[in-house]
Design a protein around this ligand. Structure first.
Ligand SMILES: C=C1C[C@]23C[C@@]1(O)CC[C@H]2[C@@]12CC[C@H](O)[C@@](C)(C(=O)O1)[C@H]2[C@@H]3C(=O)O
Ligand SMILES: O=C(O)CCC(=O)C(=O)O
Ligand SMILES: [Fe+2]
Length: 357
């Protein structure tokens, strides 16, 4: 088994097209910060990236390329199976297992097929995988286990550096949520086949924010991922890089930092020529966990911007929403405004939706 300890410099050569350089570790590639985890100022740069972009790329992450490539080829083998075989791995109920074109339970669609797992119970998706005639399910399962273990460690390392950078004590305040044996983390393998329809209406994965703390994404060398600029909402294409990981700030981390970090809206656009394969670890807290601003984020009399809620409550509400909905707005405290200045936020799902079971 491969063990991720301290990030060690990889043997691969990274050629990063730089447009700007901050110190010697954060390179902004277009508008995407690139952070070298082996450098001592990584924690400061990570905090800046979460505040300014809600998104960044990490290099010198210590995860062996070989493992990523092997898992990718097992995933590709599965996605090459006949449709009828893959459908055997579709969920009877719940989100886990194989999905094709449908994203979530509320009518969202994309030019995508995927496998979704709960990391604490791979069997939730895997037992169905065993029913399909995948030739090497045991190889697939063990690669998944090894990969998830390492990518979770990488997520924890990033969260520890962020806690350090924010002067939050103890430094495992955020990472322990992922390490908890009841952590509600997901893992997703996405396959976007080349799309013959060249229309702006067909997307690979529609715009959304991730509900969890952070997501750790790796893809093959096919581009398509775009992030919305936090300041003006314009779409920024993310150049693909199969040697690196991309970190996405999710809604829960936005709340825990009382809005100092921003969960970034992102999407995947279709590609008419090449398949995209991505693998994403979504670091989720235990279901019972209160999601609230950390005390260190409320210093100097600052008020919490959010109502009190648990991860279980947030998740329930998320699964009633459409992909592009603003899921946090129902959990935000209303600012005290004169009645005349109150407007209805059309993007918000209603309180009624939250109350229903
Ligand atoms: C439309 C939906 C799919 C999603 C659950 C939801 O109702 C809203 C959030 C979606 C999302 C986005 C990030 C991850 O891909 C995901 C697994 C998650 O945790 O929240 C998906 C959900 C899904 O595909 O089941
Ligand atoms: O496939 C990708 O690159 C991103 C997918 C994504 O955002 C998700 O699965 O939540
Ligand atoms: Fe996402």
């Amino acid at each position: 088994m491969v063990v991720l300890s301290k990030p060690s410099p990889l043997k691969q050569d990274f050629t990063i097209k730089t447009s700007k350089q901050h110190g010697n570790t954060c390179v902004v590639n277009g508008s995407i910060p690139v952070i070298d985890l082996s450098k001592s100022d990584a924690k400061t740069l990570l905090v800046n990236a979460c505040e300014e972009h809600g998104f960044f790329k990490v290099i010198n992450h210590g995860i062996p390329m070989d493992l990523m490539n092997k898992l990718e080829s097992e995933a590709v083998k599965f996605f090459k199976l006949p449709q009828s075989e893959k459908d055997k791995a579709a969920p009877a109920d719940g989100p886990f297992g194989y999905g094709n074109k449908k994203i979530g339970p509320n009518g969202d669609v994309g030019w995508i097929e995927y496998l979704l797992f709960n990391t604490n119970n791979l069997d939730s998706g895997f037992s169905k995988l065993l029913n399909s005639s995948n030739e090497t399910p045991e190889v697939f399962r063990s690669l998944l286990n090894n990969y998830i273990e390492l990518v979770k460690k990488l997520g924890c390392l990033v969260l520890e550096l962020l806690a350090d950078g924010l002067k939050i004590e103890p430094r495992n305040t955020l990472s322990r949520l992922l390490e908890d044996e009841e952590s509600d983390s997901f893992f997703r393998l996405n396959h976007y086949p080349p799309c013959p329809v060249n229309s702006r209406d067909v997307v690979g994965f529609g715009e959304h924010t991730d509900p969890q703390t952070i997501s750790v994404l790796r893809s093959n060398n096919t581009s398509g991922l775009e992030i919305a600029d936090i300041k003006n909402g314009s779409w920024i294409p993310v150049p693909s890089d199969q040697n690196s990981f991309f970190i996405i700030v999710g809604d829960s981390l936005q709340v825990m930092t009382n809005g100092r970090f921003k969960s970034v809206t992102h999407r995947v656009i279709q590609n008419s020529m090449k398949s995209r394969v991505s693998m994403i670890y979504f670091g989720g807290p235990p279901l019972r966990q209160n999601i609230a601003p950390l005390p260190a984020m409320l210093s100097r009399g600052k008020e919490s911007l959010y109502k009190e809620f648990t991860w279980s409550e947030y998740k329930k509400s998320a699964y009633k929403s459409r992909l592009a909905d603003n899921r946090l707005c129902n959990f935000e405290k209303q600012p005290l405004l004169p009645i005349a200045a109150l407007t209805i936020d059309a993007e918000c799902i209603t309180d009624e939706v939250l109350k229903e079971d």
